[in-house]
Ligand binder design. Structure first.
Ligand SMILES: Cc1cc2nc3c(=O)[nH]c(=O)nc-3n(C[C@H](O)[C@H](O)[C@H](O)COP(=O)(O)O)c2cc1C
Length: 295
């Protein structure tokens, strides 16, 4: 099970504009997925969305609901058996179903509304993933552009080479432009083992993962490479690039050339951040990396 806040932008396109955009980016062959939507008398008022997604013969149950002004998405993988049981209103238990029960919403009262099949092309960009979708539902076809920004995603910061590298989870950072270059900015405390690798190497990678790797990213953000091979405790496999290192399971990797580094100055930090983040903990060092490749 995983939870995350989603920031995405969507817009409907005409068929002509859709193909024009698709042709202007390099893209792979795309893939197909089908969503089965479920309704309940209370969903509209609560602004809940419940669906099962079938992709490559795997199934995932998703509940999206309003939370503190944003949208909270909960995803739970289902086996085919669980999916069939759910479709037939049989009782199964998981985080989403238990949550709905606590709101007096029971499986037997859910109705399967319609299904939507999407053929999707994913195009990785520095700021996020641009997806171009052809949706087919109720004998209708529409063309949609979706842009999911990286803002709230966790990532791995990795530096080093085949001989020796280290990685750690990061959630602070930014993507933008400076000195006419597309850049990724990261913040690393010097007590991280990764710091030494950031200092000793000219390149680093920032890589993003699907929600199914959230536990691995938690492990890499709670343990130190100083204490042993923490990557071995995860399902990730290192992928050695010419200039740096990432992992085979990454959805997107930004290969960055270090162009600037500066220790942050406690004097310039707002009081609330001083109290919260620097009470005895060392200051972060800021690194700006020029994004020289997106893999
Ligand atoms: C979600 C999450 C986000 C994190 N973001 C940062 C960050 O932006 N900068 C940082 O210095 N540490 C960050 N950390 C902490 C490091 O990932 C953590 O201390 C890690 O164990 C360091 O590993 P290392 O000693 O092998 O470098 C984060 C941890 C988590 C779980």
């Amino acid at each position: 099970m995983n939870k995350h806040i989603e920031i995405e932008y969507k817009i409907l396109l005409t068929k002509k504009i859709f193909h024009k955009i698709l042709e202007s980016y390099s893209h792979d062959d795309g893939y197909s997925q089908t969503n089965y939507y479920f309704s309940h008398p209370s969903f509209q008022q609560k602004r809940y969305m419940l669906r099962i997604r079938k992709k490559n013969n795997t199934y995932e149950l998703t509940l999206k609901r309003p939370y503190q002004g944003e949208k909270l998405e909960i995803n739970v993988p289902l086996t085919k058996k669980e999916k069939d049981a759910f479709m037939h209103h049989e009782n199964i238990s998981n985080e989403i179903i238990d949550f709905l029960k606590s709101e007096n919403i029971f499986i037997e009262d859910l109705q399967q509304d319609f299904s939507l099949t999407t053929y999707r092309y994913d195009i990785p960009l520095v700021e996020g993933i641009l997806s171009l979708d052809i949706n087919t539902y109720l004998n209708q076809k529409d063309y949609e552009l979706e842009f999911e920004v990286y803002d709230k995603k966790w990532a791995l910061l990795t530096a080093g080479d085949k001989e020796s590298f280290n990685t750690m989870t990061i959630s602070w950072g930014g993507l933008g432009t400076i000195w006419g270059k597309k850049v990724a900015t990261v913040y690393v405390r010097p007590n991280r083992y990764t710091y030494k690798f950031m200092e000793n190497n000219d390149y680093f990678t920032v890589s993003f993962y699907g929600e199914e790797f959230r536990n691995d990213l938690t492990t890499l953000g709670r343990t130190s490479g100083r204490d042993g091979d923490k990557v071995a405790k995860t399902s990730l496999t290192p992928k050695f690039l010419d200039k740096s290192v990432t992992f085979q399971q990454a959805e997107i990797t930004l290969l960055c050339k270090k162009i600037y580094g500066q220790d942050m100055d406690l004097e310039c930090v707002p009081q609330d951040a001083k109290d919260r983040y620097y009470n005895g903990e060392p200051m972060h060092k800021m690194y700006i990396g020029e994004v020289i490749d997106i893999l």
